[in-house]
Design a protein around this ligand. Structure first.
Ligand code: SF4
Ligand code: SF4
Length: 228
């Protein structure tokens, strides 16, 4: 049995799973470098905080103040939610409650399930996370209903866009090194994590930024004689 098999198992949409959330907040603890904050998450958090006492906030500030960067191979940055205290609790946890609940991360809304993109005409496949056995009792949830409730159309469109975009980005990053790679990372940070207007819908900006990012990376490669 692999590590992944122990952590999660595939579930079908029609499946009925025993689960009842006791609102204990345990899944918000021991999260050091565990919960990824994607750009759509940061956009929603920024909008929520802007309407709740932080009128000047923008997406870059959310990444600065509430996340820590983790570098993947090739210095590609991703961002994990910041934690605090001995129990390494999510920075947004207040007592046992989420202080940004309507804008909580996508992984939090889906938990104890998770999603991946599918194959052979199936857009998504579903998993049940097997840790914390104590909450798999006291109620039942149909997988399909859970996802209809917690995985919005915007989330679905975003995940599919990322599935198509990230290999294109990865191909360009892997071809670069040194100062050129540093310049590329700066462009990625701007166009994936900062250049979003909170007063405009997310997805059209994502599409614009993704196109512009590939254009800038291609120009950078061309100027430096890099073939891809
Ligand atoms: S999902 Fe589980 S761990 Fe998280 S708050 Fe609910 S009962 Fe607690
Ligand atoms: S964003 Fe909210 S729900 Fe998610 S880990 Fe942090 S406190 Fe918990």
């Amino acid at each position: 049995m692999t590590w992944m098999d122990r952590m999660a198992k595939r579930v079908r949409a029609k499946e009925l799973v025993h689960f009842h959330c006791q609102r204990c907040g345990r899944c918000c603890r021991n999260l050091r470098e565990q919960a990824m904050v994607e750009n759509l998450d940061a956009y929603r958090i920024a909008k929520y905080l802007k309407e709740h006492g932080h009128p000047e906030i923008d997406m870059a500030t959310v990444f600065d103040e509430y996340t820590v960067p983790v570098l993947l191979p090739g210095n590609f940055p991703i961002f994990m939610v910041k934690t605090a205290g001995q129990d390494e609790a999510c920075i947004f946890l207040n007592g046992d409650a989420c202080s940004i609940y309507p804008a909580r991360l996508r992984v939090c809304r889906l938990y104890p399930f998770s999603v991946d993109t599918g194959e052979h005409g199936q857009d998504f496949i579903w998993y049940q996370c097997l840790e914390r056995q104590f909450h798999f009792t006291g109620g039942t949830v149909r997988v399909k209903d859970w996802f209809n409730q917690n995985f919005s159309r915007e989330d679905r469109a975003f995940v599919l866009r990322e599935r198509d975009f990230l290999p294109q980005l990865g191909k360009r990053i892997l071809a670069m090194e040194g100062d050129v790679l540093d310049a590329a990372i700066r462009e990625i940070c701007l166009l994936r994590y900062a250049f979003f207007d909170l007063d405009e819908p997310f997805l059209p900006q994502y599409d614009r930024n993704a196109k512009e990012l590939l254009r800038r990376l291609d120009r950078l490669a061309q100027e430096n004689g890099i073939e891809m």
